[in-house]
Design a protein around this ligand. Sequence first.
Ligand SMILES: *Cc1c(COP(=O)(O)O)cnc(C)c1O
Length: 399
Amino acid sequence: MSGKTQEILDIYSSVMMPTYAPSVVLASGKGVTVRDADGLTRYDFTSGIGVHNVGHCNTKVVKAIQDQAAKLTHSSNLFANEPATELAAKLVELSGLGGKVFFCNSGAEANEAAIKLARKWGSQNGGRYEIVTMRQGFHGRTLATVAATAQAWCQEGYDPLPVGFAYADFNDLESVRAAVTDKTVAIMLEAVQGEGGVTPATEEFMKGVRALCDEKNLLMICDEVQCGMGRTGTWFAWQGYDVKPDLFTLAKALADGIPMGALISNAKFADVFTKSAHGSTFGGNPIAAAAALAVIQVIEEEGLLQRAVEMGELFREALQGFVDKYEGLLEVRGNGLLLGLVVDGDPAEVVEALKAQGVLALVAGGNVVRFLPPLVLKPEVLEDVTDMIDGALDCVFGE
Ligand SMILES: *Cc1c(COP(=O)(O)O)cnc(C)c1O
């Protein structure tokens, strides 16, 4: 750390609440690289935590934001705007669920909307309100989504949490079945748990949850905030499982860094939120919507779903090679370009060594190094990064 970085971080720690402890100050980004306040360039294999699927400052997204900013920056929901309407139509089409969309501004808000919709419907269908969520899942930081997040570190100190959540073990259908009562209205899960440790659902589990929801008249809610928008090689990760949820949520990568969240329903639940039943001042913001439309266009035109699969395979092979090489590594997990390296030890140590090599990565769960590179990743960059990862692993686990 030097000059400008230290200067900014000193001010940061005196005026920002210490919920985070950054050691890097980002000044600019382009594609898969970011530049810090002192001009040092690194590969960003966090994508701003799963946000920059089309890369930092993607030319088409920047242009869409600039054009829209000069036209109309906000319409409120008293008035419709064209980009949000077009985006909703596009999301309905990509989902194939034939439903409708509610826009908000973040992942937690999108999940909050899903929880409220499920409860609204449940209130009219047997007075049911309980939602079963998965241990090691992550759904956000509002009170309801913290209650939905079955992890102690997230909940500690916030009692009383909203009631109405029950927890089950991920990839264990019997555990989910056991958590369902006559008050249950929905089951909510990530097809690939991100924060909780980069754990994909098994196909059997996803299909089992769908069947259980059909049997008990429950909504199946997929939280696609991290695994959605092409990251696992399909538009939405649930599409890789041959199941259809009733509701799913998006945020992180939706608008490439402009805050935006969305709740998407199927046809059956499209009109549960009636007039004034829910709302958001900024939801469907035209700049965010224009950015999201550009993101979708880039993913389509540049074949990024296929790229996520291909680069994901190459990256997985490289990581598997390290598991074979270093005793401190246990396994590789994940789908597409949402990959986790499970370590026998502290993943933060590896993330720190990676930073020194020039690669930004994340931790997940208690023992996973998480990689979320932009989907625009090219083989030559991956090769470069693979060498850097080898160097970092050698520092931590080498003889
Ligand atoms: C990040 C995340 C959230 C929360 O999104 P915010 O935009 O931070 O509120 C919810 N669910 C999942 C799966 C996430 O990864």
